[in-house]
Design a protein around this ligand. Sequence first.
Ligand SMILES: Nc1ncnc2c1ncn2[C@@H]1O[C@H](COP(=O)(O)OP(=O)(O)OP(=O)(O)O)[C@@H](O)[C@H]1O
Ligand SMILES: [Mg+2]
Length: 440
Amino acid sequence: MNNQTIIARIPRAFAPLLTEHWRIKFYYGGRGGGKSYAFADSLLIKGRMQKLVIACLREVQDSIKDSVYRLLCDRIAFYQLNDYQIRETKIENKITGTQFIFKGLRDQDIQKIKSLEGVDIAWIEEGQSISKKSWDILSPTIRKDGSEIWISMNREEENDPLWILLAAAPDERTLVRRVNYDDNPFCPEELKLQAEKCRKEAPDDYMHIWLGQPLVQGAAKLIAPQMVRRAFEAKISSTDSPLIIGLDIARFGDDRTVFCFRRGRWCLKFETLNKQDIVSIANYCQGIIADYAPARIFLDAGGVGGGVYDILASRGFRDIIRAVNFGAKAILEERYANRRAEMWNNAAVWLNQELPVQLPPDEDLLNELCSVNKKYDARGRLLLESKEDVKKRLGRSPDKADAFVLTFAEPVYDLGKTKTFGRGHVVIEDMFAEVGESKW
Ligand SMILES: Nc1ncnc2c1ncn2[C@@H]1O[C@H](COP(=O)(O)OP(=O)(O)OP(=O)(O)O)[C@@H](O)[C@H]1O
Ligand SMILES: [Mg+2]
């Protein structure tokens, strides 16, 4: 079989595999895009034209059966490429001397991987499973002049390491192409029918499996509705945890100013205010301080909130009020992309803990709390989807939920009161209960 016949069967999107030189050729997409076939066929052709060392790599390869060895054998048989000789652990071209070798990266230490230094083309199949560690070892090892690294993958998550390292912001030596089943003229009818069925019945799955989009992580939502409903059932009748107030201040248009009252594991109530000028909001807040003597008020300092803070600070409430900026650096900077993600996650933890927990039953609150999708940034830190996107979906601003999460800006400890347990004397069980209590 001559090469032209094989080339004629490679979908157009894959032409650069044969005709262009790039340090990295990064192909990604959904099921049935033709990636594996096109990579195999292109490499077989290249190996017939000149002597090459081609390494077929994946993260884990317990046996050669896990590799693309089988696919290459099938393609060799299909095209009757008698110049290729199939051996137990490698494939060789009798005429050019090209060799295909097969390796799993996870078990390669620096010594073993040295054998890859003469490689002309490395094909990384299932690129979504490659760890950053494997990439960091591999990338400098493929060092021969003119060598190329070909990557095929179906994206798994938003922060698949190779996606972040290579494709999210490709450099000038990297080709990034998305190919899906509808780019593959050889996609079998059966696969197309399956794709169509999936598109109708499970659109989210369709986007992931067939269009190559990453899974929205952890079933997308930060807070599950059943956890909020659980908190709607009254379980707590009293608490002596300090009162913390979250204050989400109206910005533009029809947003409301919302106060959220929380003591420990009991979120007591919300108060909303439709006034928008900073003096009225500050006055109202001062009234709340007088009536309830909260240990702390965390207020949203973005927008007009900064003005409310200044007024209250100038009136002597600096000890009680704290300005919080949703976009600022998180306290646990290595885990959260910003304060907003950190506070929302603290609130989610509070809701998900097994200890009794209580929220005022309020469907608006439920919708708002469950409206926010999780995302992760390039460093794998929690980053929520933008407030604009949440607003679009919800049709309004989630200001009750924001007031509520503000109460989780920082833990507030009540250091002023001495605790007595039981009837004025220490009861062991109560002490354990106290130790087991969360910081929220
Ligand atoms: N050149 C080709 N000639 C004949 N059939 C092809 C060719 N390329 C692809 N196909 C058909 O399309 C199907 C999907 O191709 P392939 O397995 O390469 O897709 P993929 O992008 O690797 O996706 P995944 O492995 O996730 O399903 C193959 O099973 C095969 O039936
Ligand atoms: Mg494949």
